[in-house]
Design a protein around this ligand. Structure first.
Ligand SMILES: Cc1cc2nc3c(=O)[nH]c(=O)nc-3n(C[C@H](O)[C@H](O)[C@H](O)COP(=O)(O)OP(=O)(O)OC[C@H]3O[C@@H](n4cnc5c(N)ncnc54)[C@H](O)[C@@H]3O)c2cc1C
Length: 389
């Protein structure tokens, strides 16, 4: 149970991040997004604020926030510019995996530097032939004395260019059955010898200003000490646990983006007049605003509920899946409804709503598509309510 002082401190941190998002992120979002420029100055500020160690415990150099507070912070950042929240998402999934799956030595070696933002992380899981079906990965890690040798291609690595330390999912036993028993997770540092190439940067519809890359490993040597947890065959379980935090993050991004679309719509609906009155006074617009606001609030509560469960240390794949599914579909819904409310202006680069409309689909696809979330929810429903036959 958190003390009242701790609750107050975390509330103040959310306030501080809200001010940062409003005063520093929002004013530069349009131009940096349009030119697809990495927000280097914002990243420096995020380092100063300790955001790269947001959920890393204080004993390892972090701020030690609850997942609930973390979700609230991500919502504030995404409300200003969704891309920026992506910079810390995969970084913190990696921190989470080291914290909960790593050895004490790995925690002491990596977490303080990652929390300070000196080592900047990403997760290299997906491949050209394996996204939803992650157990079909083909990247191998072969033991060679005190080293493992990595070969394979990873796709969609967020922070691939700007980051320097990655959680890489590999097959240490490609023939293992069931397949997950052959999967292991490594801490892989860039530039520690030949064989690690960022082979291309992917150009995207939205989620711009942040790098998404293809990474090729060609005989890249990684110290055996970097095998997370020091044991082969547990990497799939480790990464799935981290992805629960990732899905709460994506849900929170959905809430922030949907809230931004709603905020803009409410403002515009009061300014724009047709047929002699502000458009919010037309019942058709009122229906839209009410529907958007209700879905945003429901998304926020689902996200908070999943985060609370994670904070209690309980399994929350179903709850994180529900939050991710509902909040990201809400983001897409609100982006389009806000565009409709803005009329022709909503379709121009002069208003942020066109950016929301391009950013929202990533949230539906990334961190496990919403089709996959539905399958997770259904499987858990049955697992938790088994009947005898
Ligand atoms: C901008 C961006 C950033 C990303 N960042 C990262 C990153 O940092 N690290 C990383 O590892 N990955 C990252 N990803 C990859 C992302 O997680 C995958 O794109 C996603 O999991 C889907 O995999 P896929 O693209 O291979 O689609 P596929 O798995 O090929 O799916 C294609 C379609 O089939 C559906 N489908 C597949 N299987 C099933 C099933 N069993 N039941 C129902 N429907 C199914 C999917 O929902 C989808 O609609 C990123 C992706 C994007 C676009």
């Amino acid at each position: 149970m958190s003390s009242p002082e701790r609750v107050e401190l975390e509330r103040q941190i959310v306030e501080e991040v809200r001010r940062f998002a409003e005063r520093e992120v929002r004013p530069v979002a349009h131009d940096l997004e349009a030119s697809d420029t990495y927000p280097t100055a914002l990243v420096e500020r995020m380092k100063e604020m300790g955001l790269f160690g947001a959920i890393v415990p204080e004993e390892y150099g972090g701020v030690g926030l609850s997942i609930q507070t973390y979700a609230a912070i991500i919502e504030e950042i995404a409300r200003a510019w969704m891309s920026v929240s992506g910079i810390i998402n995969s970084h913190l999934i990696m921190c989470y995996d080291i914290l909960h799956g790593g050895t004490e030595e790995q925690r002491r070696t990596w977490l303080p530097r990652m929390a300070a933002g000196d080592r900047r992380g990403g997760i290299a899981l997906s491949e050209p032939g394996a996204g939803s079906d992650l157990q079909a990965i083909r990247t191998t890690a072969t033991r060679d004395g005190d080293w493992y040798v990595l070969n394979g291609t990873k796709l969609w690595v967020t922070n691939g260019l700007s980051g320097n330390t990655f959680a890489v999912l590999t097959k240490t036993d490609p023939a293992a059955e069931p397949r997950h028993r052959g999967i292991s997770l490594f801490i892989v540092e860039k530039d520690q010898g030949p064989g690690f190439t960022v082979s291309r940067q992917i150009h995207k519809l939205g989620y711009r200003g942040i790098d998404t890359c293809e990474v090729v490993f060609d005989g890249y040597r990684v110290p055996a000490a970097n095998l997370i947890g020091g044991r082969e065959g547990v990497g799939f379980r480790q990464i799935m646990s981290g992805l629960e935090v990732g899905r709460i993050n994506v849900a929170a991004r959905g809430v922030g983006l949907a809230q931004a679309a709603l905020d803009d719509a409410v403002r515009y609906a009061q300014q724009r007049e047709t047929f002699g009155r502000p458009i919010w006074q037309h019942q058709a617009i009122q229906m839209k605003l009410a529907e958007m606001a209700t879905r945003v609030e429901a998304s926020r509560l689902l996200t908070r509920s999943a985060a609370e469960r994670k904070d209690r240390g309980e399994r929350c794949d179903m709850e994180a899946g529900m939050a991710k599914l509902f909040a990201t579909e809400t983001a897409e819904f609100c982006a389009l409804e806000s565009m409709r409310i803005h009329g022709g202006f909503g379709y121009t680069k002069e208003f942020d709503v066109e950016r929301y409309y391009r950013d929202a689909p990533l949230l539906i696809i990334g961190e496990g598509t919403n089709e996959i979330q539905r399958t997770i929810i259904a499987k858990q429903l049955v697992d938790r309510n088994r009947t005898r036959r």
